[in-house]
Ligand binder design. Structure first.
Ligand SMILES: [Zn+2]
Length: 103
């Protein structure tokens, strides 16, 4: 999960270290060097890779509590990924349960 570097939407990536949600945004990012420079500057400031930076921003948007715990060094990004995955499985289970016909 990460924030697309071109459109800013929370995206679930198929590729590891992807920074855009698809081909259109990849082209858009390529045509806007100011977007890349801004990201590179934030990356230098935080000491995070661009992909990690965008992942952290997505956590902030989707799971503000997890982002806060990362910021406070209570959990690391791996633990946050695992927790986010558990929550998405739980949500999926709840949605499926609601759809199941009552016996
Ligand atoms: Zn995008």
């Amino acid at each position: 999960m990460f924030i697309c570097a071109a459109c800013g939407k929370v995206t679930r990536g198929k590729r590891r270290h992807a920074i855009t949600c698809g081909a259109a945004c990849r082209v858009r990012l390529h045509r806007h060097p100011e977007l890349r420079e801004h990201l590179a500057s934030d990356s230098r400031l935080t000491g995070l890779s661009v992909a990690d930076l965008l992942e952290r921003r997505a956590f902030k948007a989707a799971y503000p509590d997890l982002a806060e715990r990362i910021g406070a060094n209570e959990i690391n990004i791996e633990a946050a990924r695992l927790e986010a995955f558990k929550r998405s499985l739980h949500d999926l289970y709840q949605r499926l349960k609601r759809r199941a016909p009552a016996a």
